[in-house]
Write a protein that binds this ligand. Sequence first.
Ligand SMILES: NC(=O)c1ccc[n+]([C@@H]2O[C@H](COP(=O)([O-])OP(=O)(O)OC[C@H]3O[C@@H](n4cnc5c(N)ncnc54)[C@H](OP(=O)(O)O)[C@@H]3O)[C@@H](O)[C@H]2O)c1
Length: 436
Amino acid sequence: MNASPAFEISKQPARPLAAQQPCRIALLGFGTVGRAVATILQGSSFPQLRLEFIYNRRVDRKRVAWVSPQVHWTDDIEQVLASDADVLLELAGGIEPAYSWAKRALLLGKSVVTANKKLIAAHGPELLELARRQGCRLEFGAAVAGGVPVLCGVSPGLSGDRLLQLCGILNGTCNYILHAMESRGVTLQAALKEAQQRGYAEAEPSDDVDGLDARAKLAILVRTGFHLQVDPEQIAAQSVLDVRPADFRYARELGCTIRQVARAELKSGTLLAEVAAALVSVNSPLGAARNNQNVLVTTGKYGGETVFAGAGAGGAPTAVAVVSDLLAVAESRPVASRGPALVAVPVSNDFRCRHYVRVVPAEKTDAIASLRRALTAGGVGLRGLLHHPDPHDRRPSLALAVEECSTQLVEKALRQAHDAGLLAEPPLRMSIVPSS
Ligand SMILES: NC(=O)c1ccc[n+]([C@@H]2O[C@H](COP(=O)([O-])OP(=O)(O)OC[C@H]3O[C@@H](n4cnc5c(N)ncnc54)[C@H](OP(=O)(O)O)[C@@H]3O)[C@@H](O)[C@H]2O)c1
């Protein structure tokens, strides 16, 4: 009988099942996470894992006395690949040369563990297939939500359910910024500067604030949870940079706060997916996420809602997820592919939900009434209008709460109102994410 490709068991486990020898690890990248992993491996808790190599460019800068003298420090990747290491632990980051290293290691019969979301978002399915063919393992549990075990929570954890929705906060930097704006009323630029000073944000923060980091993670989650083939570039990502302190005041009146939300839902054969600043109820798990926390809420057809939350970044929490992957590889369970083959479907961000819109009406009489008429004519129903002029705003803004309708419909009506000269500056629309 032919095994279904979905659950095909490799005939050749990565390491002999009865292996008595410790699993030999070559660590590539001795940075924040690499150092934290080495710290755990230097402890005596995991005799089945043995750190053999530490590779880094210009490695002499990196040497530390607390690493065992048995470990070889090198900046020669060929030496690492030619060695008898069982697992290549890639913690350097970025797509290249990480992709070439991972591919070469798998072709040589070595398993690969990585925390690299960029690599897995861009090349995950291909590398997983190569690992399966080679009888090796590719593990990347730390690539989404750092120390929060969301990937193994979704699969195999929830693979007995049929997942309907994924909704989460997957970027700790944005959460730190938005939580600082919420709790201390600071501007986004001030919060970003503070995040950079504390080491929570890069000097060049665009991957975080523009949503590119979160959408790479969302793409990995969609593949794992929905078994759909999606590339990060297919997922709409909107910057959080337009959010102002006034938006938090208006959101509060609606019982909400603002978070960078990554969400996906399969509806009538289309994958709805986006990463954007959105209003969430203050009483929801997303609204309760503080500082640089990560949260994922999954909704399953049978099991309902499941919440994962915790430290989405940071050397030590991420290292825990990495070491858990190393242990799974060291146990040498036979390799099974991750669920059914991936299926491609159309991708859109046309979620149907309530919306929040901040506008600055043009300076002409009757602008607000004309705006209301224009939106109603465009099929957009208004639930309420909030008006609290901010003494710091050059021009006073208004906030509109829009009845549930398609995102594209609201955006079209707003574009038309702007083109008709009813708005003094481009409006800001954010979804109001429903909480169950
Ligand atoms: N930090 C977190 O909280 C976190 C959370 C989840 C996932 N991750 C992922 O974990 C990975 C590592 O992140 P990290 O924060 O530890 O990064 P990091 O602090 O920048 O460390 C990366 C290390 O790799 C070395 N490296 C980079 N490119 C290299 C190359 N081409 N050749 C040789 N060495 C190279 C760097 O050397 P130099 O010192 O010379 O630059 C540095 O020592 C990334 O994929 C990241 O996305 C990180």
